[in-house]
Structures are given as structure tokens and as C-alpha cells.
Design a protein around this ligand. Structure first.
Ligand code: 4AD
Ligand code: MG
Length: 504
């Protein structure tokens, strides 16, 4: 009836293997198993063992795959497995489990897996694996930064970090901003935002010298001295003068030798820049932006936040009352989303600080005498945590303590700057309306010793089609600290770079 078709042997073998491969179960993430109603189904999970406990007859394995803070319980009856297998199912080992998802007999979880087959993908020698199931200090875990994602705290922190990054792009994308990638290596060292790291390919033991004995930078890779960027702002301004609204989101480098819990040598910054916007528009944008990001995490990471909330309460348990947070983590996040930020000028803030109790009683390390003083974190925290008890936006700082590009006010003394201060963090955002008037900008550059020749391209935006514009920079890690309640910036970036530390 049908003509016999002869297939080559290779083709037949290929289809047999492909069918077997298809029959092998695909991995399901634990987050999916805990959400979808898959009770009764055969499933495969893969992940890392948090703990194994039980008896001679039955083992209970808490398995986590990083998709959620929750582990799933795998129940393995000893009689169904080789005894040798269990010796390898120790904390930190990576396993693949085939089994059936069933309603849990025990309390603490709705579903669990009855294991039918377990493969050890990677054992973790219990004598060597450092993250045994007990409480480890954050300091200890910093030294194990290559493994610390496998703890509840760090898995929650880094899922929240991801969610915040996503929210940031979503916020600006929804508003029609163009995402700009500004250079990481820069030839302009005039921003004045901080000390820079030099980038060079010269032989440091034997650099080429000029006649006057100084290093000949024309022989360096770029033919001039270059550094890692401290900010993408100046380039973002060029973009704003064409697209109207742009933002950057990238790594930023500062070689300040400040070993504090809020400073990194390498951190991530988000810098929107908006044409036709004044300082009030800038404050509105920054406030909306921060609230959007926080609300996004409240909406999308409830379990991670609930865990971090409990962690913070637990961490503060033994602190004296005055050092305890007045609100829980989630309560604090909701409070920030629901309330207007307090807006006041630098001059008003100085008056409040000068007349404050800690200033009069000489409790501040740096006493406030009057206009012109640079605010220290103790002053910022007083305003935010004691006086207003909410985020504060300070504006119109003295020109002497701010960058050359900020727009001069009528008084000739203050500039259209804004800093946003957050409880427990201090400064989280710094920004300003920019000086769009060429002559005024040049005057400030001369007064502040900023080289006009070097920034010729920046000055040209003021020469050709200038317009009022504003922008700001948000320190990404400081936002993550606020949202997660972590108190050290080293615990919200995967591999922190700080003075004397560039491990991993
Ligand atoms: O206030 P900064 O220095 O502002 C600028 O760089 C401007 N160019 C921004 C702009 O207007 N486009 O830095 C902005 C923010 C700070 O408010 C702080 O949150 C964060 O960046 N930041 C740091 N975060 C971690 N480690 C450091 N060393 C930081 N320095 C600043
Ligand atoms: Mg600043």
C-alpha cells in the first residue's frame, strides 16, 4: 500500500534520543511550585541543600534554588535510596530531585515533594563548607561573598536589588526617557564630585618622562591622562539637549579614602537629566521616582520584605531604645510612599540646626555657626530623624560648597541645588538645576578653577541651543540600604570595593 521509505540509521537514532530527552522532566522553579496548584503532579527541582534532618527511615531536605526566600521540603524515604547517597546530601550540596508534589503532612509548609529519584550534582564537603546552618555575622559573610547569596538574608537583598533596578528602568521607560550609556573612562576630570582613579597602560615602574621630569601622558593609551568616571552627568546633559529626557544607570568610581558604612569606591548611580525642567520639576521627579521604586518592591517582593523586616527587628532587639528604629521596615517604606517629602532651603535648615538642642548643648561634633557650613551626616540625620521624621529635600545651598554647574540664584550667593536626605541613610540624592547661561557658567568655572578648554564640548551646549534643564543622581546602593534595612553599604552590592579591599 505505502511505499517503504528507508531512513538512514543516524536519523532514527537521533529521533529516539530526542524523544527520551523530551520525556525527561523539565526543572520547575520552587517559586512556581509554591504558587501554582501542581499537587499530584510529577516534577523535577534542582537547588542547593539548606539542611537535612530526620531519622534512619526518612530524611527531610530543605532545598532552595534562589527563586524565592522559601525552601521546599523534600521527603526521602530511606528504603528507596542507596545509603551512600544521604552522606552526600549535606548543607551546600547541589541536587536534582524527581518526585511528586504532595500536600504537606507537617506544619510550616503547604506542599512538599515526595522524592522518587535524587541525583547529587555537586557535593559540598561538610568539613569544609563554611555556611553551616547557624547564624553567621555579616562581617563573616563579607569574607565569604562568593557564597553569601546562598543565605536567606543575601538572597532577599539581591532579589530586591534586582527588583529596584527593574523598577528604575520601568519608571523612566514609562515616561519616555532615553537610557544613555555614558563613558566609564573619561578624559575630563573637572566634575569635582570626588577623587578619581587614574586609568593608564603606562609601565608604572618605568614611565616615559617629559623634559621637565613629569610623566609624558601623550604616550599613554589615549594620548592624554584619563580616569574612571565619578558621574555621567556632564555627558547626560549633552543627551538631554537632544532627546529632552535621558537617564544613565551605570557604575561610578570615587577614590575617596572614606571607610564609612555608606561609601563605596565603586557604586552604581542613576542620573536623569531633563530639558525644560526647573528645580521644582526636578524635586517632583525625584520624589515620584523614589516612591515608585519603593512601591514596586512593596508590590513585587512581599516575602523578601517580610523576611528583611523580621531580620531588622531581630538585629535591633538588643540595642538601647534611642538607637532602635521607630517603625518596622515595611511600615517605614509605606510611610515614605504615602507622605510628602519635607522641602526647605539650606538657610532654613541652618536656622533650625543652629537653634537645635544638640547644637546648643554642643552635642554635635561639628557645631553649626551659621550660613556657609557644610552639613555633616549628624546634621542631616537630626533634620530627618528628629525634626521632621520623614525624607527631607534641602535646596539652595551656598555656591561655595556645590559644583560649578549649578544655576546661580538672584542673590549671587546660593545655587539651585537639591539634596534628598533619608532616615538612617542621610544623603541619597544630589542634584540641581543647571546653569544654562554661558556667561554665568564661564564665570563660575573661572572662580572655581575649572578648565574651560578641557570642557569645550560641555560649553558648546550653552552656545548652541541652550535651555533651562535639571537633573540629579541617585546612589543605587543607598536606596537598596533604605529598602532592605541593611546598615552597611558593603552588604547591598555583590562584591564591594572599598579602601584596601578588592577581593573577588
Ligand atoms: O551628590 P553626588 O556626588 O552627585 C553627583 O555626582 C551629580 N553629578 C549627580 C547629578 O546631579 N547628576 O552623588 C550622587 C549620589 C549621592 O547622593 C549618593 O547617594 C551617591 O550618589 N554616592 C555614593 N554612594 C556610595 N558610595 C559613594 N562613595 C558615593 N558617593 C555618592
Ligand atoms: Mg552630593
Amino acid at each position: 500500500m505505502f511505499p517503504a521509505i528507508k531512513f538512514p540509521r543516524e536519523t532514527i537514532l537521533f529521533y529516539i534520543f530526542a524523544t527520551i530527552e523530551n520525556l525527561r522532566m523539565k526543572r520547575t522553579k520552587i517559586s512556581t511550585l509554591l504558587q501554582a496548584d501542581k499537587v499530584g503532579q510529577s516534577i523535577n527541582v534542582k537547588g542547593w541543600v539548606r539542611t537535612r534532618r530526620g531519622s534512619k527511615h526518612v530524611s527531610f531536605i530543605a532545598l532552595n534554588d534562589g527563586s524565592t526566600i522559601n525552601s521546599i521540603q523534600v521527603v526521602a524515604e530511606a528504603e528507596n535510596f542507596e545509603e551512600e547517597l544521604f552522606k552526600q546530601i549535606t548543607t551546600g550540596a547541589c541536587i536534582s530531585v524527581d518526585g511528586t508534589l504532595v500536600e504537606s503532612q507537617g506544619s510550616g509548609q503547604k506542599v512538599e515533594i515526595t522524592a522518587e529519584n535524587i541525583d547529587v550534582l555537586g557535593a559540598a564537603d561538610p568539613d569544609e563548607y563554611p555556611l553551616q546552618p547557624k547564624k553567621h555575622s555579616l562581617e563573616f559573610l563579607r569574607e565569604k561573598a562568593h557564597l553569601r547569596f546562598r543565605t536567606n538574608t543575601f538572597s532577599a537583598v539581591f532579589r530586591v536589588r534586582h527588583a529596584l533596578a527593574f523598577a528604575i528602568h520601568q519608571f523612566f521607560n514609562n515616561k519616555g526617557f532615553v537610557y544613555m550609556h555614558t563613558p566609564i573612562i573619561t578624559g575630563a576630570d573637572a566634575e569635582g564630585a570626588g577623587e578619581m582613579f587614574q586609568v593608564t597602560s603606562l609601565d608604572l615602574d618605568n614611565p616615559p618622562k617629559r623634559k621637565d621630569g613629569k610623566v609624558d601622558e601623550t604616550q599613554d593609551f589615549f594620548g592624554k591622562k584619563t580616569n574612571l568616571t565619578v558621574s555621567g552627568q556632564l555627558e547626560a546633559e549633552l543627551g538631554a539637549m537632544a532627546f529632552g529626557e535621558v537617564y544613565t544607570f551605570g557604575p561610578t568610581f570615587r577614590a575617596e579614602n572614606s571607610n564609612t558604612s555608606r561609601h563605596l569606591a565603586e557604586f552604581w548611580m542613576i542620573e536623569p537629566e531633563v530639558a525644560f525642567a526647573d528645580l521644582n520639576d526636578n524635586m517632583d521627579l525625584a520624589e515620584d521616582f523614589l516612591k515608585y521604586c519603593i512601591q514596586y518592591v512593596l508590590d513585587t517582593c512581599p516575602e523578601d520584605l517580610a523576611f528583611l523586616d523580621r531580620r531588622l527587628t531581630d538585629e535591633e532587639k538588643n540595642l538601647p531604645k534611642e538607637q532602635k528604629s521607630e517603625m518596622g521596615l515595611i511600615e517605614r517604606l509605606k510611610f515614605v510612599v504615602e507622605n510628602d517629602f519635607e522641602r526647605l532651603t539650606y538657610t532654613e535648615a541652618i536656622n533650625i540646626l543652629r537653634n537645635s538642642k544638640p547644637n546648643k548643648k554642643k552635642k554635635f561634633q561639628y557645631l553649626i555657626e551659621g550660613f556657609g557650613a557644610d552639613l555633616q551626616s549628624e546634621h542631616e540625620r537630626y533634620l530627618v530623624e528628629k525634626k521632621f521624621k520623614k525624607p527631607v529635600i534641602l535646596t539652595d545651598y551656598p555656591k561655595g560648597i556645590k559644583a560649578f554647574y549649578m544655576r546661580m540664584n538672584e542673590d549671587g550667593e546660593t545655587v539651585r541645588a537639591m539634596d534628598i536626605l533619608f532616615p538612617g541613610i542621610g544623603e541619597i540624592v544630589g542634584g540641581s538645576q543647571r546653569e544654562e547661561r554661558l556667561d554665568k557658567l564661564q564665570t563660575r568655572m573661572d572662580e572655581m578653577d575649572v578648565c574651560q578648554e578641557e570642557l569645550w564640548w560641555y560649553l558648546e551646549t550653552r552656545k548652541f541651543g541652550t535651555c533651562p534643564h535639571s537633573g540629579f543622581g541617585l546612589g543605587f546602593e543607598r536606596l537598596i540600604m533604605f529598602v532592605t534595612g541593611m546598615k552597611n553599604v558593603r552588604d547591598v552590592i555583590a562584591f564591594p570595593r572599598t579602601p584596601q579591599n578588592a577581593s573577588f
